[in-house]
Design a protein around this ligand. Structure first.
Ligand code: V4E
Length: 237
């Protein structure tokens, strides 16, 4: 498991040139389709948990327990750091199912019949020798359906001197966003990642002090207003 530390930024037609100007190197251009899943009453996303399938693989992003990378107990963060998000990224399917089950189970309000399969799903997967990426019966047992799907065209750059990756994303619903990101192996210090992201942002001349909206934010705003409103009032987005 690793922690993804990320700062989104507004990008335009000149961003690629700016990146090349600071020495970033284009390492790939690819397209992928994401499908995001939740229960009908949004139990996962209201817990800030984001379950998705990308290129046939399951991924779960969930909040880290610490607010900041350092042992910061003051509750205050430097401005640049407050623009970064930090999420644990889980790619091991049994672990994803376990985490999802914990959230869905606790919030289940539809009576025993709806909760029972959620309880049983991991046991059953365990007995059959583990769950496969192809077997998607666990989704219906946990009452999960796809609530968002879109395709992204991504150009990825690396800035070696800072050890960061910079992605320029173009979603098929007409939204562009840039991301400066570092993957920190679990247990390692997040602080250095925050500092490297901040230095990269300065090199790119990013001046905004507001968090930039991600693709999901815009997607929900446009396509799922009820879901979006719930996440806003729960301060998830
Ligand atoms: C964590 C999260 C969501 C899941 C998608 O995460 P994101 O990094 O935006 O997508 P993407 O395609 O760039 O994933 P990657 O390829 O980097 O793994 S959807 C909403 N969130 C929460 C969230 C938030 N609260 N604020 C901001 C600025 N971003 C995401």
């Amino acid at each position: 498991m690793s922690v993804e530390v990320e700062r989104k930024f507004v990008c335009d037609a000149d961003t690629q040139k700016t990146l090349e100007g600071i020495g970033a190197v284009c390492v790939s251009q690819r397209e992928f389709h994401d499908q995001y899943f939740d229960t009908p009453d949004f139990q996962l996303t209201l817990s800030d948990m984001w379950l998705r399938k990308r290129k046939g693989c399951w991924e779960l992003k969930c909040p880290t327990t610490t607010v900041c990378g350092s042992e910061d107990t003051s509750g205050e963060q430097p401005k640049g750091e407050a623009l970064c998000t930090r999420y644990k990224e889980i790619t091991n399917l049994p672990e994803i199912q376990q985490r999802v089950k914990e959230v869905v189970k606790h919030n289940c309000e539809e009576g025993e019949s709806a909760c029972q399969p959620a309880e049983k799903v991991i046991e059953e997967e365990g007995r059959s020798g583990g769950s496969s990426q192809e077997d998607e019966s666990w989704l219906s047992r946990l009452n999960l359906t796809c609530f968002a799907e879109f395709t992204t065209l991504r150009c990825s750059f690396t800035l070696e001197e800072e050890g960061v990756q910079i992605d320029l994303d173009q979603a098929d619903f007409g939204y562009h966003v840039g991301e400066i990101e570092v993957l920190v192996p679990e247990g390692e210090e997040v602080q250095s990642a925050l500092e490297r992201i901040e230095r990269t942002a300065r090199k790119l001349g990013l001046t905004g002090d507001q968090r930039v909206q991600g693709k999901m934010n815009i997607y929900l705003q446009r396509n799922c207003p009820e879901h979006y409103a719930k996440l806003l009032s729960a301060h998830v987005l």
